[in-house]
Design a protein around this ligand. Structure first.
Ligand SMILES: Nc1ncnc2c1ncn2[C@@H]1O[C@H](COP(=O)(O)OP(=O)(O)OP(=O)(O)O)[C@@H](O)[C@H]1O
Length: 266
Protein backbone atom coordinates (compact mmCIF):
# COMPACT_ATOMS: atom_id res chain seq x y z
CA UNK A 1 0.00 0.00 0.00
CA UNK A 2 1.42 3.40 -0.92
CA UNK A 3 1.68 6.35 1.44
CA UNK A 4 -0.89 8.08 -0.80
CA UNK A 5 -3.63 5.53 -0.04
CA UNK A 6 -3.01 5.76 3.71
CA UNK A 7 -3.69 9.49 3.76
CA UNK A 8 -7.17 10.25 5.15
CA UNK A 9 -9.66 11.24 2.50
CA UNK A 10 -11.50 13.52 4.88
CA UNK A 11 -10.46 14.66 8.29
CA UNK A 12 -12.74 16.63 10.61
CA UNK A 13 -11.11 18.17 13.66
CA UNK A 14 -13.06 19.56 16.59
CA UNK A 15 -16.08 20.48 14.50
CA UNK A 16 -18.55 22.55 16.52
CA UNK A 17 -21.87 23.87 15.24
CA UNK A 18 -23.96 26.19 17.43
CA UNK A 19 -27.44 27.46 16.75
CA UNK A 20 -27.87 30.37 19.16
CA UNK A 21 -27.45 28.86 22.61
CA UNK A 22 -27.71 25.27 21.37
CA UNK A 23 -24.56 23.30 20.63
CA UNK A 24 -25.78 20.81 18.00
CA UNK A 25 -22.29 19.42 17.29
CA UNK A 26 -19.72 19.63 20.04
CA UNK A 27 -16.03 19.30 19.08
CA UNK A 28 -16.48 16.20 16.92
CA UNK A 29 -13.36 14.83 15.26
CA UNK A 30 -13.37 11.98 12.77
CA UNK A 31 -11.12 10.57 10.08
CA UNK A 32 -12.44 8.87 6.93
CA UNK A 33 -9.97 6.73 5.01
CA UNK A 34 -10.23 6.02 1.25
CA UNK A 35 -12.58 3.13 0.54
CA UNK A 36 -14.13 2.99 4.00
CA UNK A 37 -17.82 2.38 4.64
CA UNK A 38 -18.62 4.17 7.89
CA UNK A 39 -21.97 4.45 9.66
CA UNK A 40 -23.14 7.31 11.84
CA UNK A 41 -25.82 6.56 14.40
CA UNK A 42 -27.32 8.31 17.40
CA UNK A 43 -30.70 9.10 18.94
CA UNK A 44 -32.97 11.78 17.45
CA UNK A 45 -31.43 15.23 17.74
CA UNK A 46 -27.94 13.81 18.40
CA UNK A 47 -26.42 16.10 15.76
CA UNK A 48 -25.93 13.57 12.93
CA UNK A 49 -27.42 15.67 10.13
CA UNK A 50 -25.82 18.85 11.45
CA UNK A 51 -22.42 17.10 11.41
CA UNK A 52 -23.13 15.94 7.83
CA UNK A 53 -24.12 19.47 6.87
CA UNK A 54 -20.87 20.74 8.33
CA UNK A 55 -18.67 18.22 6.52
CA UNK A 56 -20.49 18.72 3.20
CA UNK A 57 -20.37 22.54 3.26
CA UNK A 58 -24.13 23.01 3.72
CA UNK A 59 -23.61 24.55 7.18
CA UNK A 60 -20.55 26.55 8.11
CA UNK A 61 -19.11 25.14 11.35
CA UNK A 62 -18.87 27.60 14.24
CA UNK A 63 -15.34 26.30 14.73
CA UNK A 64 -13.14 23.39 13.75
CA UNK A 65 -11.09 22.29 10.79
CA UNK A 66 -11.94 20.18 7.75
CA UNK A 67 -9.37 18.73 5.40
CA UNK A 68 -9.95 16.84 2.19
CA UNK A 69 -6.73 15.02 1.32
CA UNK A 70 -4.86 17.49 3.46
CA UNK A 71 -6.45 20.58 1.89
CA UNK A 72 -8.46 22.89 4.16
CA UNK A 73 -12.16 23.13 3.29
CA UNK A 74 -14.01 24.68 6.23
CA UNK A 75 -15.84 27.88 5.33
CA UNK A 76 -15.85 27.23 1.57
CA UNK A 77 -19.08 27.31 -0.45
CA UNK A 78 -20.96 23.99 -0.98
CA UNK A 79 -20.09 23.92 -4.70
CA UNK A 80 -16.39 23.91 -3.79
CA UNK A 81 -16.99 20.77 -1.71
CA UNK A 82 -18.77 19.15 -4.66
CA UNK A 83 -16.04 20.21 -7.04
CA UNK A 84 -13.57 18.35 -4.90
CA UNK A 85 -15.42 15.08 -5.01
CA UNK A 86 -18.03 15.21 -2.26
CA UNK A 87 -21.63 14.24 -2.96
CA UNK A 88 -24.51 13.79 -0.57
CA UNK A 89 -28.15 12.87 -0.34
CA UNK A 90 -30.71 14.59 1.86
CA UNK A 91 -33.27 13.15 4.31
CA UNK A 92 -35.98 14.39 1.97
CA UNK A 93 -34.94 13.44 -1.57
CA UNK A 94 -34.22 16.51 -3.71
CA UNK A 95 -35.18 15.24 -7.14
CA UNK A 96 -36.93 17.18 -9.92
CA UNK A 97 -40.44 15.72 -9.90
CA UNK A 98 -41.57 17.02 -13.29
CA UNK A 99 -38.46 15.81 -15.07
CA UNK A 100 -37.96 12.26 -16.35
CA UNK A 101 -35.84 10.00 -14.16
CA UNK A 102 -33.18 9.93 -16.90
CA UNK A 103 -33.09 13.75 -17.08
CA UNK A 104 -32.56 13.99 -13.34
CA UNK A 105 -29.41 11.91 -13.79
CA UNK A 106 -28.41 13.91 -16.88
CA UNK A 107 -28.61 17.06 -14.76
CA UNK A 108 -26.02 15.62 -12.34
CA UNK A 109 -23.79 14.60 -15.24
CA UNK A 110 -23.92 18.09 -16.70
CA UNK A 111 -22.72 19.42 -13.39
CA UNK A 112 -19.91 16.86 -13.30
CA UNK A 113 -18.84 17.79 -16.83
CA UNK A 114 -18.15 21.31 -15.66
CA UNK A 115 -15.68 20.10 -13.11
CA UNK A 116 -14.03 17.49 -15.27
CA UNK A 117 -10.61 19.05 -14.85
CA UNK A 118 -10.97 18.98 -11.11
CA UNK A 119 -11.84 15.29 -11.18
CA UNK A 120 -8.29 14.80 -12.39
CA UNK A 121 -7.15 16.36 -9.15
CA UNK A 122 -7.83 12.96 -7.63
CA UNK A 123 -5.09 11.49 -9.76
CA UNK A 124 -7.41 8.87 -11.18
CA UNK A 125 -5.44 7.48 -14.08
CA UNK A 126 -8.28 5.39 -15.45
CA UNK A 127 -10.50 8.48 -15.61
CA UNK A 128 -14.23 8.37 -14.96
CA UNK A 129 -15.48 4.80 -14.40
CA UNK A 130 -17.52 3.75 -17.44
CA UNK A 131 -20.63 3.16 -15.30
CA UNK A 132 -20.68 6.86 -14.43
CA UNK A 133 -20.44 8.12 -18.02
CA UNK A 134 -24.05 8.14 -19.23
CA UNK A 135 -27.53 8.44 -17.68
CA UNK A 136 -28.30 4.92 -18.98
CA UNK A 137 -25.28 3.31 -17.34
CA UNK A 138 -25.99 5.06 -14.03
CA UNK A 139 -29.64 3.98 -14.17
CA UNK A 140 -28.47 0.41 -14.77
CA UNK A 141 -26.14 0.62 -11.79
CA UNK A 142 -28.91 1.70 -9.39
CA UNK A 143 -31.58 -0.54 -10.92
CA UNK A 144 -33.84 2.15 -12.40
CA UNK A 145 -33.50 1.45 -16.15
CA UNK A 146 -37.17 0.51 -16.46
CA UNK A 147 -38.23 3.85 -14.94
CA UNK A 148 -36.02 6.05 -17.15
CA UNK A 149 -38.88 7.77 -18.97
CA UNK A 150 -41.20 8.28 -15.99
CA UNK A 151 -41.42 11.65 -14.27
CA UNK A 152 -39.46 11.44 -11.01
CA UNK A 153 -42.65 12.30 -9.08
CA UNK A 154 -44.29 9.10 -10.39
CA UNK A 155 -41.81 6.57 -9.01
CA UNK A 156 -42.08 4.87 -5.59
CA UNK A 157 -40.45 6.35 -2.46
CA UNK A 158 -37.73 3.67 -2.48
CA UNK A 159 -37.03 4.41 -6.16
CA UNK A 160 -36.84 8.13 -5.28
CA UNK A 161 -34.10 7.28 -2.80
CA UNK A 162 -32.25 5.30 -5.47
CA UNK A 163 -32.62 8.19 -7.89
CA UNK A 164 -31.12 10.59 -5.39
CA UNK A 165 -28.16 8.25 -4.99
CA UNK A 166 -27.89 8.11 -8.81
CA UNK A 167 -27.88 11.91 -8.99
CA UNK A 168 -25.13 12.06 -6.39
CA UNK A 169 -23.12 9.42 -8.31
CA UNK A 170 -23.55 11.41 -11.53
CA UNK A 171 -21.40 14.14 -10.00
CA UNK A 172 -18.63 11.49 -9.91
CA UNK A 173 -17.76 11.72 -6.25
CA UNK A 174 -14.96 10.11 -4.29
CA UNK A 175 -16.83 10.60 -1.03
CA UNK A 176 -20.54 9.83 -0.82
CA UNK A 177 -22.52 11.03 2.20
CA UNK A 178 -25.86 9.28 2.64
CA UNK A 179 -28.44 10.76 5.02
CA UNK A 180 -31.11 8.20 5.95
CA UNK A 181 -31.49 6.74 2.47
CA UNK A 182 -33.33 3.77 3.99
CA UNK A 183 -35.93 5.88 5.84
CA UNK A 184 -39.47 4.71 5.12
CA UNK A 185 -38.39 1.58 3.27
CA UNK A 186 -39.59 -1.94 4.03
CA UNK A 187 -37.24 -4.38 5.76
CA UNK A 188 -36.39 -6.06 2.44
CA UNK A 189 -35.84 -2.74 0.70
CA UNK A 190 -33.53 -1.61 3.51
CA UNK A 191 -31.46 -4.78 3.08
CA UNK A 192 -31.33 -4.28 -0.69
CA UNK A 193 -30.28 -0.67 -0.19
CA UNK A 194 -27.47 -1.77 2.14
CA UNK A 195 -26.24 -4.28 -0.45
CA UNK A 196 -26.34 -1.63 -3.17
CA UNK A 197 -24.34 0.78 -1.02
CA UNK A 198 -21.67 -1.86 -0.43
CA UNK A 199 -21.55 -2.72 -4.10
CA UNK A 200 -21.17 0.94 -5.08
CA UNK A 201 -18.35 1.34 -2.59
CA UNK A 202 -16.59 -1.75 -3.94
CA UNK A 203 -17.12 -1.14 -7.65
CA UNK A 204 -16.53 2.61 -7.69
CA UNK A 205 -13.83 2.69 -5.05
CA UNK A 206 -15.83 5.23 -3.06
CA UNK A 207 -15.63 6.26 0.55
CA UNK A 208 -19.13 6.13 1.98
CA UNK A 209 -20.42 7.73 5.18
CA UNK A 210 -23.94 6.64 5.99
CA UNK A 211 -26.37 8.01 8.61
CA UNK A 212 -29.23 5.63 9.31
CA UNK A 213 -31.92 4.93 11.88
CA UNK A 214 -32.18 1.28 10.77
CA UNK A 215 -29.38 0.52 13.20
CA UNK A 216 -29.38 -3.28 12.98
CA UNK A 217 -29.00 -3.25 9.19
CA UNK A 218 -26.37 -0.57 9.32
CA UNK A 219 -24.33 -2.44 11.92
CA UNK A 220 -24.28 -5.53 9.72
CA UNK A 221 -22.96 -3.70 6.68
CA UNK A 222 -20.52 -1.00 7.80
CA UNK A 223 -16.93 -1.53 8.91
CA UNK A 224 -16.90 1.26 11.48
CA UNK A 225 -19.55 3.16 13.38
CA UNK A 226 -19.46 6.63 14.85
CA UNK A 227 -22.00 7.26 17.59
CA UNK A 228 -23.17 10.77 18.35
CA UNK A 229 -25.13 11.69 21.46
CA UNK A 230 -26.15 15.22 22.43
CA UNK A 231 -23.73 16.62 19.87
CA UNK A 232 -20.71 14.70 21.15
CA UNK A 233 -18.97 11.68 19.66
CA UNK A 234 -19.26 8.91 22.24
CA UNK A 235 -17.91 5.99 20.20
CA UNK A 236 -15.96 5.32 17.01
CA UNK A 237 -15.13 1.68 16.48
CA UNK A 238 -16.04 -1.57 14.73
CA UNK A 239 -19.75 -2.49 15.16
CA UNK A 240 -19.20 -5.37 17.57
CA UNK A 241 -17.24 -3.11 19.94
CA UNK A 242 -19.69 -0.21 19.66
CA UNK A 243 -22.73 -2.25 20.65
CA UNK A 244 -20.97 -3.37 23.83
CA UNK A 245 -19.94 0.16 24.76
CA UNK A 246 -21.76 1.08 28.02
CA UNK A 247 -22.16 4.75 27.04
CA UNK A 248 -23.74 3.74 23.72
CA UNK A 249 -26.11 1.30 25.42
CA UNK A 250 -27.08 4.04 27.89
CA UNK A 251 -27.68 6.59 25.10
CA UNK A 252 -29.89 4.14 23.24
CA UNK A 253 -31.72 2.69 26.24
CA UNK A 254 -35.32 2.10 25.24
CA UNK A 255 -34.55 3.51 21.82
CA UNK A 256 -33.24 2.03 18.56
CA UNK A 257 -30.54 -0.23 20.00
CA UNK A 258 -32.14 -3.54 20.93
CA UNK A 259 -31.12 -7.09 21.63
CA UNK A 260 -31.58 -7.77 17.93
CA UNK A 261 -28.78 -5.33 17.15
CA UNK A 262 -26.50 -7.03 19.63
CA UNK A 263 -27.28 -10.42 18.12
CA UNK A 264 -26.90 -9.13 14.56
CA UNK A 265 -23.25 -8.26 15.06
CA UNK A 266 -22.30 -10.94 17.60
N1 LIG B 1 -31.09 25.06 11.55
C1 LIG B 1 -31.23 24.81 12.86
N2 LIG B 1 -31.53 25.79 13.73
C2 LIG B 1 -31.66 25.55 15.05
N3 LIG B 1 -31.49 24.32 15.62
C3 LIG B 1 -31.21 23.31 14.79
C4 LIG B 1 -31.06 23.48 13.37
N4 LIG B 1 -30.76 22.28 12.81
C5 LIG B 1 -30.73 21.40 13.81
N5 LIG B 1 -31.00 21.99 15.00
C6 LIG B 1 -31.01 21.36 16.32
O1 LIG B 1 -29.74 20.74 16.49
C7 LIG B 1 -29.87 19.49 17.16
C8 LIG B 1 -29.28 18.37 16.30
O2 LIG B 1 -30.15 18.18 15.18
P1 LIG B 1 -29.81 17.16 14.01
O3 LIG B 1 -30.90 17.29 13.01
O4 LIG B 1 -28.43 17.37 13.57
O5 LIG B 1 -29.91 15.77 14.77
P2 LIG B 1 -30.01 14.31 14.14
O6 LIG B 1 -29.13 13.45 14.98
O7 LIG B 1 -29.73 14.36 12.69
O8 LIG B 1 -31.52 13.97 14.43
P3 LIG B 1 -32.55 13.03 13.60
O9 LIG B 1 -32.07 11.65 13.80
O10 LIG B 1 -33.85 13.31 14.30
O11 LIG B 1 -32.51 13.49 12.18
C9 LIG B 1 -31.35 19.33 17.47
O12 LIG B 1 -31.58 19.78 18.77
C10 LIG B 1 -32.01 20.22 16.44
O13 LIG B 1 -33.26 20.69 16.91
Amino acid sequence: MSTETRQPLLEARDITVRFGGLTAVDRVSAVFMPGELVGIIGPNGAGKTTFFNAISGVTKPTSGRLELRGRGLAGQAPHRFAAQGLARTFQTPRTFGDMAVRDNIAFGLKFAGKRRREYLFWGDEVGVPWVLRTPESILGLIGLSAQAELPAAAITPSQQRLLEIGMALATRPRLLLLDEVAAGLTENEVEEMARLIRRLRDELDLTVVWIEHAVSTLLRHVERVIVLHQGRKIADDVPRAVIRNPEVIEAYLGDEMSETDTEATA
